[in-house]
Design a protein around this ligand. Sequence first.
Ligand code: ADP
Ligand code: ZN
Ligand code: MG
Length: 500
Amino acid sequence: MNTTPSPAYEAVIGLEIHAELLTRSKMFCSCPVLDVTEAAPNSAVCPVCAGMPGTLPVINARAVDFALRVALALDCEVKQTSIFARKNYFYPDLPKGYQISQYEQPLARNGRLTFRTDRGERTVRIRRVHLEEDTGKSTHISPAESDEAGENDAHSLIDLNRAGIPLLEIVTEPDLHTPEEVGAYARALRQLLQYLGVNTGDMQKGVLRIEPNISVRLSGSTELGTRTEVKNLNSFRALERAVAYEIERQIGVIQAGGKISQETVGWDEAEQVTVMQRGKEEAHDYRYFPEPDLPPLVINPEWLETVRNALPEIPFRRFKRFQSEYGLTEYDAEVLTASREVADLFEKTVALAKNVEPKVVANWITGEYFGLLNQRGAALSDSEIGAQSLAKLLELIEAGTINQASARRVLTGMFETGRAPQDLVDEYGLRQVSDSEVIGAWVREVLAESQDKVDEIAAGKTALTNWLFGQVMRRAGGKADPKVVQEQLGSQLQDIIKKG
Ligand code: ADP
Ligand code: ZN
Ligand code: MG
């Protein structure tokens, strides 16, 4: 029997993430930044982003502003002077023959991001944040597809709408160790970019592309193993699967006595495997050199301070504060800080609603309101219900003007008509009845009509009380104060049973 335990391996992962910046115009020209999945091909192209000789790039200040937001939110050191460089390579969707990027002197370095995983908090170090421009997009048409379109041969289509869109590259240190951690980090970064208003986070549109670098080593070792890099993943699922696959594949190779070779691989979504694209020998020599057409990018301290002062609270801190300040559970705090929009709605509602506990606001937003939106397939941004009207609705419940069930109806009405809750309460005639005389009379009527049930309750089937409660509420058109109904029902039943 083989008694040697198989050695334990540890995975080491670092991520490069490319995020398109939500500026109005491109990085070095005034072409608009369009939704490239929808716009007509090549409808936003000029001589600069088409790479015509003799044109000159101009740095988009707003792109720098956005990059600074991210750098500061990631606790980076921002370089006062950074340099754009030419990264030279040939590809049909790169008409200039080079991409303008930052290389030796990036905008920012040495940051960190703290995020949550199922196994607790983690902090990953950020190696660098730099600005560059996106490339165009090629679409390859196979011979079969060409035939169908009545064209001759296989060919490729080039759309330059994306060429020159500002891209931010965010690179971590190799601090991550599991597919789950990698996924959690990527999600946290996406959420941060959305909070900062610099990226839509719309992964399906390719505005966020992730490239994990993966190696494995014996547990306890501090040396880095040889890594592979998976290109251009644009879903968290693909990211987690590709990382898990690579870890297993590499361990398998090593256990079989083989060696990992440094290579770039792609993720085959259909087969759920990675496939080799190029090895180290074929690695590009990009022949970087400083871009002669652009001056060094100088960030003066005032600019940096202006950006710093305008930064929103980052999601992780807001998540913590929602628990400490409002006494919310981790779960509620997580749901309510998932987006800045929701977090703002919650805090504004809490501030406006008099005598309403934050927990009640949280329940109504995450429960009833989100339930309603879900049911209608609507997003928060589609709804006209704001903090003001939500606060009013909750005050009406708190004051006993309407009960919970009526409030749900009113909320639906608010969503459908955009009208104020007070108006709807009157229009629907939902004002709650709390008068114990009126409710007492309804209870008496129901009990008189339900003698059989009363007898069963007297015989011990107390669960039937709920049925009676429902009958009284029905008689009240749903408007009775449930507490008073319970009281009346309890005392009248007791009287009957005593007498019986
Ligand atoms: P390149 O630009 O050539 O891809 P970098 O040195 O910038 O290389 O590293 C890219 C990413 O790879 C970084 O996120 C880094 O943390 C990660 N990385 C570097 N070496 C390793 C390794 N041996 N194992 C896992 N990740 C690594
Ligand atoms: Zn242009
Ligand atoms: Mg790389």
